[in-house]
Design a protein around this ligand. Structure first.
Ligand code: SAM
Length: 245
């Protein structure tokens, strides 16, 4: 697992901007709401980070418990919380024991792939199983694994503007054999430069189905976009809903 606390403040601010820009939380909230109305519901957001998804889930009417191992990320989340119903807990999401059960559990923006091995993913699915109400649902918001293998997995970069005075270049490399991908984020201003990285290990839908079964869950729905498009070989997203069998 990559160290989730490696981001310094500069990187964190950039991560928050990139995260909001590439995958605004409103998309996730729309997808979740289409399966499970959020108003008045209790949501556990695992790997909440700086809160891009957490805030959107709370804005849709949910009461959210946000868990992350990175204190600086949670500090930024808290600074944006306002009067929304959000509780923040610093913890490792593979080993969480809360006395509460939740209507909805979310792992947004590839957080599921940050549990690096199959065993870690099964532990994480076990955490979901323990904390889900009988009729509850969990939402894994993943990039489709095929996306990582464009250009055969060789390094590919994309640069985005970050506000008016900076830009971020994100370079991905993927390794098919270990199903892992490394993303390096390079944030450049006129006289500043900072970098951070993230390592993830992807799982195919077939592997997720199997691991979910082992953890006492099942895949109840898969779509290819937040808007509910069918999941096909052309999908760039793999949006998985889990429930109890
Ligand atoms: C890809 S980010 C997603 C952040 C947020 N959900 C979003 O939509 O912007 C993954 C988050 O998982 C956190 N994380 C990674 N490993 C973790 C662990 N073992 N326990 C808790 N949080 C972890 C990282 O600190 C990071 O904030």
């Amino acid at each position: 697992m990559s160290d989730p606390s490696v981001y310094d403040e500069n990187a964190l601010e950039a991560y928050d901007l990139v995260s909001s820009m590439l995958s605004p939380g409103s998309g996730l909230a729309t997808w979740v709401s289409s399966h499970h109305p959020l108003k008045g519901k209790l949501v556990l957001d695992l790997g909440a980070g700086t809160g891009v998804s957490t805030l959107a889930l709370a804005d849709a009417g949910a009461k959210v418990v946000a868990i992350d191992a990175s204190r600086p990320s949670l500090d930024l989340l808290e600074s944006k919380r306002g009067d929304r119903e959000i509780e923040v807990i610093e913890a490792d999401f593979r080993d969480v024991h809360l006395p509460t059960k939740f209507d909805v559990i979310t792992l947004s923006r590839n957080t599921f792939f940050l549990a690096q091995s199959h065993d870690e993913k099964i532990d994480l699915l076990g955490v979901i199983e323990r904390h889900l109400k009988p009729e509850g649902a969990a939402f894994l918001d993943c990039t489709d694994p095929s996306e990582y293998l464009h250009a055969g997995g060789d390094a590919s970069s994309v640069t985005y503007p970050l506000g008016t005075d900076r830009m971020v270049t994100i370079t991905h490399t993927a390794d098919r054999a270990s199903q892992s991908t490394m993303s390096i984020f390079l944030v450049q201003g006129a006289s500043t430069l900072s970098a951070f990285h993230e390592t993830a290990t992807w799982a195919t839908l077939a592997e997720i189905r199997l691991m979910a079964r082992i953890a006492g869950l099942e895949v109840t729905s898969v779509s290819g976009s937040y808007g509910g498009e069918e999941y096909t070989s052309r999908s760039r997203e793999m949006l998985v809903v889990l429930g109890r069998p």
